[in-house]
Write a protein that binds this ligand. Sequence first.
Ligand code: SAM
Length: 180
Amino acid sequence: MIFEHPLGGRMPPDACFLQAALMEAGDGDYLEVGVYNGDSLLFAGLVKRALGHTGKLYGIDIDETKQMLIEETLAFHNIEAEVVYKSSNPWPLPDVRPVVCYIDGSHSYDGVSADWNNLKGRAGKFIVMHDYTCNEHVTKFIDGLIKAPDPNWRFCGYSRYTVVWERNVGQEYRGRFREE
Ligand SMILES: C[S@@+](CC[C@H](N)C(=O)[O-])C[C@H]1O[C@@H](n2cnc3c(N)ncnc32)[C@H](O)[C@@H]1O
């Protein structure tokens, strides 16, 4: 059964796919583009803590008016994160190499394309993208990527609005998303 989230999106499939990527990735940093109120950043932090995985949380958002709310939300749950209040393009965190990246920032074609291009060389294991099938620009970009995939990235599948890509690491590796 699919539950409609009152703020939009559909739970739990979106959260399940992000959680699965975090579980599979193990230790390492998490970065998301598009923090908004801090809900998905908080979710990622809670999942990593529950799993006992090490790694820092990073967020990037162009809207600095949400800073206090994000800080309060994270502090309430004792989750630490570094949130940069800048556009994701040009890329503001050149030295960060997260194992999982979550793209949920600009939903224009050029915006999501820039985020993918900025992260495909930096993400270690998974890139998770939101708003597939519910936003025409995001959908157009992801459909193009599925038809002409980046050789370093494998399309794992999608659950409603959330798409998961896994870095190709060789034939011998079999992740949880991979079909037998
Ligand atoms: C859909 S909301 C993110 C929701 C959040 N990931 C969650 O699930 O809780 C999109 C966010 O992307 C931010 N955004 C839009 N364009 C951006 C850009 N170029 N760089 C960084 N953030 C951007 C917006 O300010 C907004 O807060």
